[in-house]
Design a protein around this ligand. Structure first.
Ligand code: HSE
Length: 440
């Protein structure tokens, strides 16, 4: 049998611990599959004394993950530290620079430095694998990097954050409040260290930016993603969507348009009967519309220690199976030098349907005025309804809900500004984009 593949794991939190256990428990099976042993020879984490329920005998401990990248006797550096800054960045640079393969779950790092790291990996003839960085355990990177080679992709969209999907699902199913659902997601280990990254959409944006690069052969442009999180989605919105035949999901969408590529993350109404609407809880899903293949949807566990560790393990095993002299696949699907500059389509040009919920004074002419502001901006309405007040509420604003036919973002913004200037609104209007799916 070939020499063992020696790996060092930096970060022994939920994912690192699960990976350690999986590799230890499946040692012989992995050796049979890969034709060589996978051996953990080094680890690095913040607190050496913490009991993680894993046996570190015979494994060299490094307090400093960058030192481990430089000094440890390893073939593969598994980076599970997180964040786009040092030590994660310095450690990955050091590992690649010394000709060690890198496996990482770090979407923030890739979103910011992915192209430069891909180039460094190519220059050093090593692999940069990052399946776990996008959609947890779902093998979407491999599908896009390898299986869809040669396809032209029109649109890719997905539920890329388990925490948000868990929160929205529980709110909808159990009428529970946002904060309570978030606390539960944190307790279950789905959320980021700072859950604002989840609920404000940044985590989804990082993942989307990586997928966009793979889908369209463009450089990663995470700063160009339009982002709205789920913090202002209320139970009322969820109920209204339900009545209109929709579910609300936090989607990441990248789409080729005449003026460039849209990258957007926002709460989205999707038809209840569509496949993406059925994706519940911490499950993630990605739909890819490709010209040769057609439509592909991948769905599976998007967060949590074991699911993420499974993706990391698959990446490590791929390296164990590769043989010296084997030409490595480029990290982003094509050589870094061949990635095109990202050409942004402006959000104001986005076309689609919109859900608009307005709290208005209950008096003559309000309905007509809303309809007039829409018409002035060339917006055709699919429906407009006024909700009855809750039982017992004799006074106070009424809720008017509009669903538009396809229009542009700039028209909707202008119409909503027009409505706001009329003086009959209470609070901010709620505007949620509707995404049409091919299956519904
Ligand atoms: N916090 C992420 C999520 C998991 O909730 O999906 C890892 O990306």
């Amino acid at each position: 049998m070939t020499d063992a593949l020696k790996i060092g794991i930096a970060g022994l939190g939920t994912v690192g611990g699960a990976l350690f256990r999986a590799i230890t428990a499946r040692h012989n099976l992995l050796a049979d599959i890969c034709g060589r042993e996978i051996r953990i020879t080094a680890v690095s984490a913040r607190d050496r004394s913490r009991d993680r329920g894993i046996d570190l005998d015979g494994v060299i401990w490094f307090d400093d993950p960058v030192e481990m990248a430089r000094e440890a006797d390893i073939d593969v550096y598994v980076e599970l530290i997180g964040g786009d800054a040092d030590p994660a960045h310095a450690a990955v640079l050091a590992a690649l620079g010394r000709g060690r393969h890198v496996v990482t779950a770090n979407k923030a790092l890739l979103a910011k430095h992915g192209v430069a790291l891909a180039r460094l990996a190519e220059d050093n003839g090593v692999l940069l694998n990052f399946e776990a960085a996008v959609a947890g355990g779902i093998p979407v990177i491999k599908a896009m990097r390898e299986s869809l080679t040669g396809n032209s992709i029109q649109r890719i969209y997905g539920i890329l954050n388990g925490t948000c999907n868990y929160i929205l699902t529980r709110m909808q199913r159990e009428n529970m409040g946002f904060a309570e659902c978030l606390a539960e997601a944190q307790r279950l280990g789905y959320a980021e260290a700072d859950p604002a990254f989840d609920i404000e959409g940044n985590d989804t944006a990082h993942k989307l930016a990586i997928l966009t690069s793979l889908a369209f052969g463009s450089q990663i442009a995470a700063d160009e993603v339009y982002i709205e999180g789920i913090t202002n989605i209320s139970i009322d919105d969820i109920h209204a969507a339900d009545e209109l035949g929709y579910r609300i999901k936090l989607l990441g969408v990248a789409q080729r348009t005449a003026s460039g590529i849209e990258q957007r993350v926002h709460p989205t109404m999707v038809p209840k009967g569509s496949m993406i609407a059925q994706v519940e809880g911490v499950t993630n899903a990605v739909t890819i519309e490709a010209d040769i293949l057609g439509e592909l949807m991948l769905s599976g566990p998007g967060a949590g220690g074991d699911a993420t560790a499974s993706a990391v393990l698959g990446d490590v095993a791929d390296i164990a199976k590769s043989r010296p002299g084997h030409q490595h696949a480029p990290a982003l699907g094509r050589p870094a030098a061949k990635l095109e500059p990202y050409q942004r389509a402006r959000m104001r040009s986005h076309e689609g349907g919109y859900f608009i919920s307005l709290k208005v004074e209950d008096r003559a002419g309000v309905f007509a005025s809303i309809a007039a502001r829409m018409a002035e901006n060339d917006i055709s309405l699919e429906s407009i309804v006024q909700r009855a007040r809750p039982t017992g509420a004799a006074e106070g604003p009424q809720t008017v809900i509009l669903v538009t036919h396809a229009t542009t973002e700039s028209n909707v913004r202008a119409a909503v500004d027009g409505v706001k200037s009329e003086g009959y609104l209470s609070g901010e209007p709620q505007v949620i984009r509707i995404e049409r799916t091919r299956d519904n």
